[in-house]
Design a protein around this ligand. Structure first.
Ligand SMILES: Nc1ncnc2c1ncn2[C@@H]1O[C@H](COP(=O)(O)OP(=O)(O)OP(=O)(O)O)[C@@H](O)[C@H]1O
Ligand SMILES: [Mg+2]
Length: 363
């Protein structure tokens, strides 16, 4: 394996707009060829972070390094980055083909090179027949694809993408996700990708930075972020989660027994419970719960009633309640119509694997 090279580095970067802190003391290293996603709710500072990497905004504090060089004060056009803007920012007076060709022309590519590359990209983003159209004659999704092609065609070292797929319908979005990921791998370009779609982040990224109120709450692989969220915000932002307080009623080896309600006792790994504590927060993902009609005795098994059900296409969401009034949700796959289904009013048994239940002192 080649030694890793840091391509983008933020050192203690903050950005204030007057009194308002949009980004607070963010430090981050992004490796060459990495696909890093900034994931977070609206207004958390994702675009501001990108603008400081591209140079369209300057940090109030901290440094920005690109390929080992401090570029904190360097203007955007002298940085080895390209950006796909959230608002597309196409040139309105240029055609689709001219928009895509713009960067190549500026770099002094030959007519033949430009024609070939533009042709390739028109095909990649499925805009055949639209070459001579002006942006005003395109739909939002089509404009977004032109913006994507225009930014990537020059093969910059770093590409910053601000919600580049947000205007596409689900089908096109999924195919563009695959295309983009494949291209990024093939060209070895470092991607800093912004989205507030958790599924998109989980499927595309090498690593994800969860951003909340201008700070990075957690940085890790999709698996780490999903299965070992460090804060409640991360757990709730990336997928659904059931969280419930409980009390420790026993310890066995490294395991801890936590009583949540009458008849609901979990055996969990005590590794995350450092120090003394009597009460803890127990959490589990809705899709980790197995439902059964017949009683099974064992650990992490309890009875509950299905109080409501919602059809969600690939999955069904079930709202559950135990006799003691504990409420939680369960998600089951709609794999096959012949499969067992659980319906409103049914009493069932819920079971969880020990490793799918997480207990932390507090969140
Ligand atoms: N030029 C500015 N002047 C004042 N406040 C600003 C400015 N730019 C951004 N902000 C504020 O900084 C915060 C972060 O904005 P930013 O655009 O980075 O959010 P975001 O995470 O990209 O959100 P979204 O998902 O909605 O695009 C917001 O509260 C925003 O109102
Ligand atoms: Mg934004």
């Amino acid at each position: 394996m080649l030694p890793e090279t840091t391509m983008v580095e933020l050192q203690g970067v903050s950005k204030r707009f007057g009194e308002f802190v949009a980004v607070e003391n963010v430090s981050l290293k992004i490796q060459e060829g990495e696909f890093l996603t900034l994931l977070g709710p609206s207004g958390c500072g994702k675009t501001t972070l990108l603008r400081m990497i591209s140079g369209f905004d300057f940090p109030t504090e901290g440094r920005v390094l690109l390929d080992g060089v401090d570029v904190t004060e360097v203007p955007p056009y002298r940085r080895c980055v390209n950006q796909v803007f959230q608002s597309y920012a196409l040139f309105p007076h240029l055609t689709v083909a001219e928009n895509i060709a713009f960067g190549l022309r500026a770099k002094g590519a030959s007519r033949e090179q430009i024609a070939r590359k533009v042709g390739e990209w028109i095909e990649l983003v499925a805009l055949q027949g639209k070459e001579q159209h002006k942006p005003s004659a395109l739909s939002g999704g089509q404009r977004q694809r032109v913006a994507l092609a225009r930014a990537i065609v020059c093969e910059p070292k770093v590409l910053l993408l601000d919600e580049p797929l947000s205007a596409l319908d689900a089908k096109l979005r999924h195919s563009m996700q695959r295309e983009l990921k494949e291209l990024q791998r093939r060209l070895g370009i470092t991607f800093v990708f912004v989205t507030h779609d958790q599924e998109e982040a989980l499927t595309m990224s090498d690593r994800i930075a969860i951003v909340n109120k201008g700070r990075i709450e957690q940085l890790g692989t999709a698996d780490e972020i999903y299965h070992a969220p460090k804060t409640r915000f991360v757990a709730e932002f990336v997928g659904q989660v059931n969280v419930m307080p409980g009390e420790i009623i026993g310890r066995e080896g490294g395991d801890v027994l936590v009583r949540v309600r009458e008849g609901v006792v979990f055996r969990v790994d005590g590794a995350l419970l450092v120090g003394d504590c009597a009460t803890v927060q127990v959490s589990f993902r809705p899709e980790k719960v197995h439902l059964m009609r017949t009683a099974v005795h064992g650990e992490n098994v309890f009875a509950a009633e299905v109080v409501d059900e919602v059809f969600r296409g690939q999955t069904d969401q079930l709202f559950m309640r135990t006799a003691s009034g504990l409420e939680f949700t369960v998600v089951v796959a709609n794999e096959s119509r012949s499969q067992e289904c659980f319906h409103k009013g049914e009493r069932v048994f819920c079971s969880l694997h020990r490793e799918d239940v997480v207990a932390v002192k507090e969140w």
